[in-house]
Design a binder for this molecule. Sequence first.
Ligand SMILES: Cc1cc2nc3c(=O)[nH]c(=O)nc-3n(C[C@H](O)[C@H](O)[C@H](O)COP(=O)(O)OP(=O)(O)OC[C@H]3O[C@@H](n4cnc5c(N)ncnc54)[C@H](O)[C@@H]3O)c2cc1C
Length: 484
Amino acid sequence: MVISMKNNPIWDINKNNKYNDSLKTNNVDILIIGGGITGITTAYLLRNLNKRILLIDKDNLGFDTTYKSTAKISFIQKDIYQKLEKTYNYETSKLYFESQKEAINIITNIIKDEKIDCELEKVNSYLFTNKKESINKLNKERDLLKSFKVECFDQQKLPINYKIEASFYVENNYVFNPIKYIGNISKKLNSIDICINTMAFNIKKENNSYKVTTNNGIINTKKVIVTTHYPFFIFPNLIPIRNYISREYVNTCNYPHNNFTAINIDKDTESIRFYKDNIIYVSNNHRLTNKINYKVNYNDSKTKFKNNFNKEILYSWMNQDLMTNDYLPIIGYSRKDNKNLLLACGYNAWGMTNGVIAAKIISDLIMNKKNKYYNLFRPDRISLNGIINSIIDGIFYAKAYIEAPFIKKDNIYKVKVNDEDYFLYIDKNKNKHYVKTKCPHMKCNLVFNKEELTWDCPCHGSRFDIDGNIITSPTKNDIKKKNN
Ligand SMILES: Cc1cc2nc3c(=O)[nH]c(=O)nc-3n(C[C@H](O)[C@H](O)[C@H](O)COP(=O)(O)OP(=O)(O)OC[C@H]3O[C@@H](n4cnc5c(N)ncnc54)[C@H](O)[C@@H]3O)c2cc1C
């Protein structure tokens, strides 16, 4: 039997969920922009507030980064606890651990209390290494977890045939289906208006309220919550140079079900979970740069998958997330003197927990409740290591800004049209596709992704299709050729 591989995530799309795509009202008390795990969970936690709340999304709910995640709800996050101890101190590391445990409690309680059908499953989570030289690092993470009162069980092997050097596991982590979670929780939001296909372009403060410009008209609101994965406009607190985009590749095949997850502690990520009778495997993570060879990354991830599991790939996709230079998400008031504009981003590839804790912090701030994680994640925090990493990043961004992209025999030509620079791509059928050469977000040089036929920004992750239409924010504008 020939199995044809699908180039999309494994999660089924529920076509029964129908949302409005025109606004019922232009005047609200609270506007949530972005309906991924963060926006939808924030809406859920604010649903009984007795305020006019509107949630908008530029596409459908959940169909950006959350759709492409592997949806582990886990406090095992590679070497995060030792990184935080080094960057900040032991107390910060412990507080971050507590935030992840609390997020797990919040989301699992919501799912149980509301009887949300999203294939939630309790799992043991393994942290492992396949390098002898990383065993000390693994032990250090285990000892930190033990000091946080987590029971850790040392193991020589994973429950499946997969080569490792050492590992331990912890209990009480979870996996779920993120698209079912978003689709089914949105049915519990009768008090909240949801409007899809509504892209926010601009947020303007006027007296004590905001005017948010969208393709569906201007929305007047007292408070704005930006949960768009990457803040779609340039925020204060130097957010664009405090993080970078990391991309990872996901492949799946048929495999007997097992109720554990695993991730390695080494730099090159290897991550495993099961969904029904499939294994989902993540590998080949890399930072976006202007010198990406997409073909190598895609092909390497597939080769690695086949070497490990020796089966036909069923689903294959990639995802990218925002990584912060001090390893902590950015959640809270956009400025400390402005309590009406809030944001959440920078989950370092752990948005199923961090998106939920962000929703809790933001909803507590809106309801004037104290939250013990407010200072941990506040956008204006400062750390020496964070500053050093941002300076190093500055050099990287300067390169992506100045250097022409790396184009290799891809039928791409740099041309001038009416004195403006364009890339011209000529496809197999000799059709011509023109796009601008720079990302409208912060003018970094775009890179051609031959594998998916997209134009990708190496700085902040915006993506465009071959004709210059937006696929992924933070950009708000297409890069199409103007009609003459
Ligand atoms: C390969 C990979 C695997 C991962 N697996 C896991 C995992 O197992 N567990 C885990 O915890 N995390 C995982 N993550 C991370 C996780 O997927 C993300 O951190 C999380 O999904 C981010 O959620 P979000 O709500 O911030 O963003 P999104 O899900 O991207 O939601 C943002 C929404 O905002 C909308 N939007 C954007 N701009 C605008 C605009 N201008 N106007 C209106 N709407 C807008 C978008 O359409 C989108 O729906 C993984 C990441 C990668 C790269």
